[in-house]
Design a protein around this ligand. Sequence first.
Ligand code: NAD
Length: 276
Amino acid sequence: MTQMKTINKKRIALMASRNPKSEAVYNQLFTTLKDAGFILSSKQPDVVISIGGDGMLLSAFHKYEHLLNTTRFVGVHTGHLGFYTDYRDFEVQELVENLKLDRGAKISYPVLRVVVQFKNGEKISYRALNEATLKRLSKTMVADVMINQVHFEQFRGDGLSVSTPTGSTAYNKSLGGAVLHPTIEALQLAEIASLNNRVYRTLGSSVIIPKKDRIAILPVHNDRYSLSVDNKTYIYDNIEAVGFYLDDTKIHFVATPSHTSFWERVKDAFIGDVET
Ligand code: NAD
């Protein structure tokens, strides 16, 4: 009995996208969780429930990324089944029941660490759940690409993207990158419109890099660059190098008994039911 009470003392934060469907789910969850004895608080939550789509989960991740070690996430989708969302809007009751029975089980996925090093020696670092993309603002980006301190190639083109396994189905896929199962701990480097001719040469395909390896991109020209980290974009100049590696911390999701298989999600999102 005492144990049950402690479990229901779980602190839960709700975040919803701004549309009527998400707001309705927010209200329903708020009332149901409160009635079940959970503490609804946006401060130091044990569980963050994001209501909306994958974009909303990205926002929830960034809001609580400083608490990744202690916080688990749950995604409720108010549209199609997403890649970070285990529940649909009509499964609120099921989610609350699962949270009541929850004993801390989690599913964890790798997160990308991005470090921007400036010419004056300063550094800024970010975490990405999907990917980070570097582009030169005004002209063709020319950059040296190092993989584990090996000068791999000199890239010329629009830019380069480095994605996580869960991000492999996002921008990376549009760039022709491979879809990676999220349990594979690796990074993927994908080109954005590379220039390839008799003078300039890059690999031309994406590369998948194991967890211990690091990627560094060194822009040749001292110019303005955009660095997109998931759904945010930053503009910088005086960049010496941008480093990419898998972070020590992972994102943890509340384990769901009826967890949809990754391949089911890929099929649902990109193939659908094709008549044969
Ligand atoms: P958005 O609203 O434009 O969403 C883009 C789409 O990407 C949405 O349909 C979303 O559901 C989907 N998505 C997000 N994460 C995904 C994932 N891990 N796997 C499969 N699909 C995923 O933008 P947003 O909500 O701000 O999301 C930012 C993300 O958009 C970025 O992280 C990037 O991956 C993606 N993006 C894609 C392209 C492209 O495909 N050409 C271009 C820019 C950004």
